[in-house]
Write a protein that binds this ligand. Structure first.
Ligand code: FES
Length: 302
């Protein structure tokens, strides 16, 4: 039997739960089961959303762990693991102070689990271009139906665009980037589902006016890439995708800050928050890609 005490400024008070044999899974699974609001996203050790601090009540009773490379790398990128902790984990199987709740298994030891909230989320949104800040988007939105219809169009076009790029990359033999674009297309499909779910929630019938052309004939989240470049790297593809996500963020931000309709403003703000998360996620992926490239060039040089 393990006592696990969850503590966070997000909760009115600490909550202790008892994990009994047979019920033990990850800390995140235990938290979800007991409605503890540890933030999470990928649930696969890749996004860092579920960062927690684990304090052992009886430091002598500490089980060894095999810290995976994936978790170690994310903790390193978040600045939550020291060189000494990396060495302790590698040499002595000792767990570091911070863990990813989705990667940390509950053992027969009493612990406190402290979390702040999602540290991968931006404290404030990404920087805006001047055009977005004063809104020269050229898309007039008068009703919630129109706004959500535009939102669905933005997400749908992004999915089709990535899928199209994936096909083109595959046909020119760049399988690595083709796989990445397919993955980005998959995420855009999820975002499309979320936009459609909002349509259902607000009982909106999707409909765009016949004159709904975008100023530059491309919806905001599309990248600047149109043709297949066989030499495009994963890093280049991620940076192009980041530009698209930033434009998506700016589009929703502009709507949220110019509309006079309170409901449109509320829903647009939801999109702003979600787009800010997408931007941060892509920035994390870019940092991971750059770190991997640095490591491989160090290996070649060594
Ligand atoms: S939920 Fe993404 S790392 Fe745990």
């Amino acid at each position: 039997m393990a006592n696990v005490t969850f503590s966070s400024p997000l909760m009115p008070r600490d909550v202790t739960v008892y994990a009994v044999a047979g019920e033990r899974g990850t800390l995140l699974a235990l938290a979800k089961e007991h409605h503890i609001p540890i933030p999470f996203d990928c649930q696969d050790g890749e996004c860092g959303s579920c960062l927690v601090e684990v304090v052992h009540y009886h430091p002598g009773v500490r089980y060894g762990i095999a810290l995976t490379e994936k978790e170690k790398e994310i903790l390193r990128q978040l600045g939550k693991i020291t060189k000494q902790e990396i060495m302790d984990a590698e040499v002595n199987d000792m767990p570091p102070r911070h863990r990813l709740a989705c990667q940390c298994f509950v053992r027969n030891e009493d612990i406190a689990v402290v979390f702040e909230g999602d540290v991968t989320k931006p404290v404030k949104g990404p920087a805006l271009s001047i055009a977005a800040a004063i809104y020269k988007g050229g898309v007039g939105i008068r009703t919630l139906d129109q706004f959500l219809s535009y939102a669905v169009k933005v997400e749908e076009d992004a999915a089709l665009h990535f899928e199209n790029l994936a096909e083109k990359m595959k046909s020119c033999g760049n399988e690595d980037v083709a796989a990445l674009f397919s993955q980005l297309g998959g995420y855009s499909r999820l975002h499309l589902q979320e936009a459609r779910a909002k349509c259902t929630r607000y009982e909106v019938v999707e409909h765009l006016p016949a004159s709904s052309a975008w100023p530059d004939h491309a919806t905001p989240e599309q990248t600047a890439l149109w043709a297949a470049d066989p030499a495009l790297t994963r890093l280049g593809a991620l940076k192009a995708a980041l530009q698209g996500e930033r434009r998506g963020y700016e589009f929703y931000y502009a709507i949220a800050h110019t509309t006079r309709d309170a409901t449109i403003r509320t829903v647009a703000r939801e999109f702003v928050r979600e787009e800010a998360e997408h931007v941060e996620k892509l920035k994390l992926w870019i940092a991971q890609e750059e770190a991997a490239l640095r490591r491989s060039s160090d290996t070649v040089a060594g």
